[in-house]
Design a binder for this molecule. Structure first.
Ligand code: ATP
Ligand code: MG
Length: 556
């Protein structure tokens, strides 16, 4: 990346600067609080960059906290995947991993405290009735008939809830705030519900679980979070967040700040929808390279640095916005163009027989993996009298439009190698050119032909005897609709048919044995990554990361 320009501070950075200057805080503590109900996606990558980034920028810490208040949808597989994604992106959390479930005892104690203060009650209304009593934006709510239960009765009922004496949905604990509040989240929200489910951390210890709204701010307070940064949809919940902090004997006074959610066109960023793609077998798992998940992007060959640079390029503002996927792709290409080693892959091979070379001639040409970057090493490229070039690089007819101009009587430079001249070609019965006959122009390794007849183009090639077969997995965008998430569309109806195409190609021998996850620019073809799961020296498998240019089709 080019040297970053100093960006003007965003609104959260300004708040933090002011809080440090005024002495309100002397240490900045943030947290990233994923719910372990799916794999992280590109939207989470932004939240990770914001939260870990603020901590780094102001010399503070960022916690990783699993917001695990909903045992029915959460799994340990997700807990593990999320940790690995955060680390892969290049961040590390302060101290141990935290779980909201670590605070279940404390949260329960504070619920009892609220009952004793006359600020919480057990309500027996059904879900349906609760909705009716709650009113709407136009209509104020009505107090629940259970709102005035005595403190003793509430304590006894809440204890019975905890002991599992009621069925799910029979009752719940609500805080007594204001059923006429214009803010719907202040109309006596439920803070505990009965869920007879086994929890991935606490097992069967609890059958009542706190709500997100109740648990979140108190967890922030317990962890000493100074700035609790979340997305815009929680803005309406902030008065409730503050209400709990004011009405409970919490050890600190955290504040919530909201920024806009990241959406990207041609994709969906919702764990629920991503899960539907996995469960519906539309893709091959959460880490399918077409998925906008962090693990999918990883398997696709996107680099952590490129994803971070993309996230840092986005505004942190108080409005939601949709970003063009081309902006993400720009950062991927920019990084790979500068840093990906080069290699050769011939996708549509056409044999060239060089007749003025001894049939058993073989030599190795030493080629750098990346020009002007000697630290990236070099490889031996075998050259012999029979090579493959791409079918598109030879034409029967000479024409002005054909840039390479490799035709009978014309010359071409073999990339990193010699100049050859076509003398003739052979066709099969269907009229396809199946072989080019050529001659080598002597003394042209690294220099122009002595007779002054310079070739017009350069092509990539592989020695036939040394070429290795590889599986290429070429991906198109998963969705062909710009806004699969929008309006009342069914995102499943917006899928691109055949977004995965598997083909076989030939690669130079040095590429077969590379480590999984190595990304290369296959010269003139695109960026490809050795598949993290399936690639091996015996069966090389490469995924198309992205095309060389924005309009190159397949990758974008
Ligand atoms: P989803 O709807 O995909 O399940 P979520 O907000 O429920 O998303 P969480 O696991 O609760 O997912 O999110 C953890 C953190 O990541 C939260 O602070 C949330 O605000 C943030 N986050 C989630 N999605 C985005 C997004 N698209 N852009 C920015 N931040 C996001
Ligand atoms: Mg959520």
């Amino acid at each position: 990346m080019t040297e970053e320009k100093a960006k003007p501070a965003n609104f959260i950075e300004k708040i933090i600067q002011d809080d440090l200057a005024s002495g309100k805080h002397d240490n900045i503590q943030t947290r990233f609080p994923p719910e372990p109900n799916g794999y992280l996606h590109i939207g989470h990558a932004k939240a990770i960059c914001v939260n870990f980034g603020l901590a780094q920028q102001f010399g503070g810490q960022c916690n990783l906290r699993f917001d695990d208040t909903n045992p029915e949808k959460e799994e340990d597989e997700y807990v593990q995947a999320i940790q690995s994604d955060v680390k892969w992106l290049g961040f590390d959390w302060a101290g141990d991993i935290h779980y909201t479930s670590d605070y279940f005892d404390q949260l329960h104690e504070w619920a009892v405290y609220l009952i004793k203060e006359g600020k919480a009650y057990v309500c027996d209304l059904s879900a349906e009735q609760t909705k009716e009593y709650r009113g709407s934006f136009e209509k104020v709510g009505t107090n629940s008939p259970f709102r005035d239960r005595s403190i003793e009765e509430n304590l006894a009922l809440f204890e019975k809830m905890r002991l599992g004496e009621f069925d799910e949905g029979a009752c719940g604990l609500r805080v007594k705030i204001d059923m006429t509040s214009p803010n719907m989240s202040m109309r006596d929200p439920y803070i505990y519900r009965i869920k007879k489910a086994t929890h991935h951390q606490t097992g069967d210890k609890w059958c009542i679980y706190p709500s997100y709204d109740y648990a979140h701010g108190q967890s922030d307070a317990l962890e000493g979070i100074s700035h609790s940064v979340c997305t815009l949809e929680f803005a309406d919940h902030r008065p409730l967040y503050d209400w709990f902090i004011e009405n409970l004997p919490v050890p600190a006074q955290p504040h919530q700040y909201e920024f806009g959610r990241l959406s990207i066109n041609y994709t969906v960023t919702s764990k629920r929808k991503l899960r539907a793609l996995v469960e519906g077998k539309v893709v091959n798992g959460w880490d399918d390279p077409r998925m906008p998940t962090i693990s999918g992007m990883r398997r696709r060959g996107y680099t952590p640095a490129a994803i971070r640079h993309f996230c840092d390029s986005l505004a942190v503002s108080k409005t939601d916005g949709t970003v063009d996927v081309a902006q993400l792709e720009f950062f991927i290409r920019d990084d790979l163009n500068q840093n990906a080693p080069r290699g050769t892959c011939v996708i549509n091979p056409l044999k060239v027989v060089i007749n003025n070379m001894a049939a058993d001639h073989s030599e190795n040409i030493t080629v750098p993996f990346l020009q002007d970057r000697p630290e990236m090493g070099e490889r031996e490229v075998p050259f012999s009298s029979e090579i493959y070039i791409d079918q598109n690089d030879f034409k029967e007819e000479y024409s002005k439009k054909f840039k390479k101009k490799f035709c009978v009587g014309k010359r071409i430079r073999l990339r990193h190698g010699y100049v050859i001249e076509a003398e003739g070609f052979e066709k099969d019965e269907q009229g396809n050119i199946v072989q080019v006959n050529a001659k080598l122009i002597e003394n042209t390794l690294g220099c122009d032909p002595e007779d002054g007849d310079k070739p017009k183009g350069v092509v990539h090639w592989i020695s036939c005897a040394h070429a290795v077969e590889a599986e290429l997995r070429m991906y198109k965008r998963l969705f062909s609709d710009e806004n699969p998430d929008g309006g009342n569309k069914d995102f499943m109806e917006c899928l691109t048919p055949d977004s995965l195409e598997v083909t076989t190609a030939l690669i130079e021998p040095a590429l077969a044995g590379v480590a999984p996850e190595s990304v290369f620019q296959f010269e003139r073809e695109g960026y490809y990554v050795a598949d993290r799961v399936d690639h091996s020296i015996d069966k090389p498998v490469f995924n198309l990361t992205i095309g060389l240019r924005e309009d190159k089709g397949l990758a974008s």
